[in-house]
Design a protein around this ligand. Structure first.
Ligand SMILES: Cc1ncc(COP(=O)(O)O)c(C=O)c1O
Length: 390
C-alpha cells in the first residue's frame, strides 16, 4: 500500500507553541512559571459570580454566533468612553473565542493566499502560523534593539513590496513597547498611501505604565475604515481560560469575519459572554487599580532581573520583559532557557520563538510578570543563584 500523505502542507512549516512547551517543562521541573502570560491570581469575584449565575439561569445554549446582544452593547459603550470609537454593536462587533480566533478569522476573511502582510519582530508567536494557515506571506520589519523602534525607511520599503496589511500589537508583547502617537501616525500614513489594512491587537490596552494613554489605531484620521481592532477579556479581567475576545471592523469586513467565525467555532461560550457583559460595566476605578497592581508587579520583576544581571529596556506596557542574558556566559537562548528551568527553577521563553530567522533572538529570553507578588519574589530569590561571568 502506498503511503498517502496524512497532513497538509500548511502545517508543515510551523511547530507547536514554544511557550506552551515551556509551561510543560515548568510543570515537569516544578519550577516558577514566568513563561506563558497567564495570571496566577484570581479573577474578579463579580465576574466569577456572574458566570456561575448565567449557568444557573440556563444561559447554556448557543449565543448569537457573532456575540450575545448585551455583550456587544456594553462593548460599544466601553469603546466610546475608553477608546474614543463610535461602534455599532449590531454591525461592527464580532465576539470570538479569544483574540486568537479574532486574528485568524480576520486574516482568513480579508487576505487571499499569496497576499503579503507586515509583521513587526520580535513578534507574538501566533502571527507567523496565522499567516501560514491563511496562506498569506509575512514580511518582517524589525523593532531594532536596544529600544525596539522600527526604521522608517525599512517600514516604507515593506509597504512598497506590496503589503496588503500590517499586524501591529500595541502595547507590545514581547518588547513592552507602547507605540507613540507619532509612530502610529507614521504607520497610518503608510496604510493610507498603500491602501493597506491594519490588524491591531490591543489586548494589553489597559496595562500601561508611567501615565501612558492607550491610542486605538482606528481613531487616527483615515483609519476607521481600514482597521480591524482586536482585543479580549483574557488580560484585562484575568480570565485567559474563558476564551472571550472580539474584533471591531467596518460592516463589510465584519460580515466577512462573521462568516469565517460562524463556521470555525459557531460562537464563544454563552455563559461567559454574560459574565463579560458584567465586566464591561466595572467602574473606571477597576482599570486604575489594574495599573497600580501591574506597576508593582513590574517593579518586583524588573528589580529581581536587574539584580541577577539581566539587561533590558524600560517596559512601557503589557506584562513582559525581553532580556539579554549575555552576562551569564551562555550564548544560546534555548540552552539558557532549559538551564534556567531545570537548574534555577524559573521558566522563561527562548528569544528565538519571537524572530524569523529564529537566530536573531539567540541572546534573549522573555519573562512575564502577571503573577502574585509572592511568586515574583520567590522567582527573584531563585535568580540570585545565577553566576555572572562578566
Ligand atoms: C499579543 C497577544 N495577543 C493575543 C493573545 C491571546 O489572547 P486571547 O487569550 O484573547 O486569545 C496574547 C496572549 O498572550 C497576546 O500576548
Amino acid at each position: 500500500m502506498g503511503s498517502a500523505p496524512r497532513v497538509a502542507d500548511r502545517v508543515q512549516h510551523f511547530t507547536e507553541s514554544v511557550i506552551r512547551e515551556m509551561t510543560r517543562l515548568n510543570n515537569l521541573y516544578d519550577s516558577i512559571n514566568l513563561s506563558q502570560g497567564f495570571p496566577d491570581f484570581p479573577a474578579p469575584a463579580e465576574i466569577k459570580e456572574a458566570a456561575i449565575k448565567a449557568i444557573r439561569d440556563d444561559i447554556n445554549q448557543y449565543a448569537v454566533t457573532w456575540g450575545a446582544p448585551n455583550l456587544r452593547r456594553n462593548l460599544a459603550e466601553k469603546y466610546r468612553w475608553f477608546n474614543g470609537m463610535d461602534v455599532d454593536p449590531d454591525k461592527h462587533i464580532t465576539v470570538t473565542c479569544g483574540a486568537t480566533e479574532a486574528m485568524i478569522s480576520a486574516m482568513l476573511a480579508t487576505l487571499n493566499p499569496g497576499d503579503k502582510f507586515i509583521v513587526l519582530q520580535p513578534f507574538y508567536e501566533n502571527y507567523w502560523p496565522d499567516g501560514m494557515i491563511s496562506g498569506a506571506e509575512p514580511i518582517f520589519v524589525s523593532l531594532h534593539a536596544p529600544d525596539f523602534r522600527w526604521d522608517e525607511a525599512e517600514m516604507r520599503a515593506a509597504f512598497a513590496r506590496g503589503a496588503r496589511a500590517i499586524i501591529i500589537n500595541n502595547p507590545n508583547n514581547p518588547t513592552g513597547r507602547v507605540f507613540t502617537r507619532a509612530e502610529l501616525q507614521f504607520l497610518a500614513g503608510l496604510c493610507i498611501e498603500y491602501n493597506a489594512l491594519a490588524f491591531t491587537d490591543e489586548i494589553y490596552e489597559h496595562i500601561l505604565y508611567d501615565g501612558r494613554q492607550h491610542i486605538s489605531l482606528a481613531t487616527l484620521p483615515g483609519m476607521a475604515d481600514r482597521t480591524i481592532t482586536i482585543s479580549g477579556f483574557s488580560k484585562t479581567y484575568s480570565v485567559t481560560g474563558w476564551r472571550i475576545g472580539y474584533c471591531i471592523a467596518t460592516e463589510e469586513i465584519s460580515k466577512a469575519i462573521r462568516k469565517v467565525h460562524d463556521f470555525l467555532t459557531v460562537g464563544a461560550p454563552a455563559p461567559l459572554q454574560e459574565a463579560g457583559a458584567v465586566a464591561l460595566k466595572f467602574p473606571r476605578a477597576y482599570y486604575d487599580q489594574l495599573r497600580v497592581d501591574y506597576t508593582r508587579r513590574r517593579s518586583l520583576c524588573l528589580s529581581a532581573l536587574r539584580d541577577a544581571g539581566f539587561a533590558f529596556e524600560p517596559v512601557e506596557g503589557a506584562y513582559y520583559v525581553m532580556t539579554d542574558f549575555s552576562n551569564f556566559g551562555m550564548d544560546h537562548d534555548v540552552e539558557f532557557a532549559h538551564y534556567l528551568v531545570k537548574e534555577i527553577g524559573v521558566a522563561s521563553v527562548p528569544g528565538s520563538s519571537f524572530y524569523m530567522p529564529p537566530d536573531l533572538g539567540r541572546h534573549q529570553v522573555r519573562f512575564c510578570f502577571c503573577k502574585r507578588d509572592e511568586t515574583l519574589i520567590a522567582a527573584g530569590e531563585r535568580l540570585t543563584q545565577l553566576k555572572r561571568t562578566r
